[in-house]
Design a protein around this ligand. Sequence first.
Ligand code: ZN
Length: 273
Amino acid sequence: MYDSHCHLDFPELAGALDEHLRAARACGVERWHVPGCGPSQWGQLADVRGREGVTVSVGVHPWWVDEVECPESDDPRAQARALDEAMQRLATELRAQGAVALGECGLDRPKALQGGPSRERQRVVFEAQLALARELELPVVLHVVGEHGATLDLLARVGPLPRGGVVHGYSGSVELVDRYVDHGLFIGFGARLTGTGARRARESLQRVPRDHLLLETDAPDQAPAVEGCFERGRRGTPADLVVVVEEAARQLRVSTTELAEDTARNARRLFGV
Ligand SMILES: [Zn+2]
């Protein structure tokens, strides 16, 4: 099995990483893709990327956008210059880390409404990263919450991504699945599928062409639900992928082995390993 999105470097997992990986391997998980989130966190990736079966990406997640020095200035040229320099630093980091993708990047409306980086700032930094992914011919790892329309507009504006990407932890509507797939993007689902309130995610899962489907834990973010309910405070672990694959297989009425193989093949196609 291939966990297409897992934060092995986060402190909740990093402290007992060997045990977590051993437990996941014992369940049949062999590969992990670990996305980067922002300049202050990129250094942590160095501790996980040399491990067997682990690949990384580097990017600026919308929650980390304020770490990018790009002043909201009245002088558009100064802003463009600052953004350019930030993208050069990102390009250098992508090379240094041996990243197989650019991400996470994207848009998160609830975060902006809760006082996080503004929507405009998120948009500017996201667009620059899409353009960089195009230039470097890297796939993208997208984090999109409450901004699917704006994301599709930006994808259309930036132009085709030669290596596509993935919309991870998919939360959009079933109708938008086709539009993302038309842009060459895979759709990733995680523990949310296991909750009783996940009607939208379940409908979207049915809609995704099998050769564009990825599965993930997004550990340590959310643990699978037990009897339909998410346990407050319980952290996700890499071994939870088994529950996600089993639940997705049950919903799609296919065998767990077949779905595990299909989604692992898709992840290898996307990340190139
Ligand atoms: Zn993530």
